[in-house]
Design a protein around this ligand. Structure first.
Ligand code: COA
Length: 407
């Protein structure tokens, strides 16, 4: 913090040889013990779910708290090649109650011209009763040790909080869908120059998607989606590089119970929605995930159904001169417009997106409104100049610095 932006990209400290990584776990305060969570065991996923659903991130007014579902956690924590040692818990020694958690999953990142393996760190949580006892720094150190033990020396993470030093800052935007409920739970309000009825009309979406050739993504689409994704992500300064196996996991394994017919655009236990546009070949795709929030202390509603925009791509981006024309923007308005229609039909109350990738280009047209939440992006042990997020930097447009969507 306060340093000049680096003139050259690279690691901050040299990669540790595995022999030099500390062998023993970092010490915990007395009465607590480390526990590697086995995410294959439904009982242990439920323990993580219980911890997070009561103690994870809340908004500033403590009105909403993220409620990642057990199915979501299983999907998020078990990508191909995951390390079980990176699903790290702290238990009370006497009764084995899970009171803290942190996780990492492996990824390959490209930051500007460099490609490296990294750990995506997420779900840091300490039970409310154990806050301010400096457990968080121990969790972070221990997961870092576990990451080093796999020969990986970099990590990516996000937080609302400002820590040393963000590589980018993005803003959350919200597209209201279910106006009466959002107003009722005070997620949004009726502006002074509007009535509730008019607001409902303004945010109404059509009942069926518009793009010809739009359909749910299937197994057979994976190679084409993987190619389209890889090429599209080159638009951004920082992006993941995904194997075909990772594409399959991210876009197909979260679809819920595929044996059951998909009624009203939603299957039981579905966490991820992925659609392609096919006209002879796949020209576009989009995806979004379900992350509800508990509505704290409301007499009528206890769950805010939020969809979050995930990865998407369009081959319109590969046409020459596209950044000087409106063609890509127009296509994305249609594409993400269909995502909104599907999310609304699937009974989501709100559709959220962050100012990364090309999102800024379609947010106004699609009636997204700025939220008050910021999301800071951090790289562990990697220096790079600031990446365009909420604001443009030099000739890189807003969002175009960041092509990583964190769950
Ligand atoms: C975030 C959380 C784990 C921190 O635990 P805590 O008991 O409040 O704080 P601790 O006493 O253990 O540790 C404080 C240190 O952790 C750091 N810290 C706090 N939140 C952090 C975060 N999200 N990422 C990294 N470091 C963080 C603080 O900066 C402080 O370090 P410093 O003194 O060097 O500045 C806890 O508040 C929590 O579970 N909050 C709800 C979930 C949440 O916000 N998770 C993080 C999502 S990014």
């Amino acid at each position: 913090m306060g340093e000049e932006p680096p003139s050259e990209d690279g690691c901050i400290e040299p990669t540790k040889a595995i022999e030099d990584v500390r062998r023993e776990p970092y010490p915990l305060p007395k009465d607590f013990e480390w526990s590697i969570l086995d995410i294959d065991d439904p009982k242990q996923i439920k323990e993580v779910y219980d911890l997070l659903s009561l103690n994870y991130v809340e908004d500033d007014d403590a009105a909403f708290r993220f409620q990642y579902s057990a199915e979501f956690l299983e999907w998020a924590l078990k990508p191909p090649g995951y390390f079980k040692e990176w699903h790290l818990g702290v238990r009370v020694s006497s009764n084995k109650k899970l009171v803290a958690f942190i996780s990492g999953v492996p990824t390959t990142l490209r930051v500007r011209g460099n490609v490296f393996r990294a750990s995506e760190i997420n779900f840091l949580c300490v039970h409310k009763k154990l806050r301010s006892k400096r457990l968080a720094p121990v969790l972070i150190k221990e997961v870092t040790r576990q990451v080093h033990l796999q020969g990986i020396a970099q990590a990516i993470y996000t937080a609302g909080l400002v820590l040393p030093t963000p590589v980018s800052t993005c803003r959350y935007y919200h597209r209201s869908l279910n106006i009466p409920k959002l107003v009722d739970v005070k997620f949004t309000y009726v502006p002074r120059n509007m009535t509730l009825a008019r607001m409902i009309r303004v945010y109404k979406t059509d009942t069926t998607p518009h793009l010809p050739g739009l359909r749910e993504m299937e197994e057979k689409d994976i190679p084409q989606v993987a190619d389209l994704f890889a090429q599209y992500m080159q638009r951004f300064n920082m992006a993941p590089i995904m194997t075909v196996g990772e594409i399959r996991h991210l876009f197909l394994s979260g679809r819920g119970n595929v044996e059951k017919p998909c009624e009203k655009y939603r299957r039981p236990k579905q966490v991820l929605w992925a659609y392609v546009v096919e006209e002879h070949r796949i020209t576009d795709f989009f995806s979004f995930y379900s992350l509800p929030s508990t509505i704290i202390n409301h007499p009528r509603h206890n769950l805010l159904e939020a969809a979050y925009l995930f990865y998407y791509a369009s081959n319109v981006a590969f046409e020459p001169g596209v950044d000087e024309s409106n063609k890509l923007k127009t296509r994305l308005v249609d594409l993400i417009g269909d995502a909104l229609i599907i999310a609304n039909q699937a009974n989501f109350d709100v559709f959220n997106a962050v100012t990364l990738m090309d999102n800024v280009s379609f947010m106004d047209d699609l009636k997204f409104g700025a939220g008050d939440g910021l999301l800071n992006f951090y790289l562990y042990n990697w220096r790079t100049a600031p990446l365009a997020g909420v604001n443009a930097i030099g000739d890189v447009g807003a969002g175009r610095g960041v092509g990583v969507v964190m769950l």
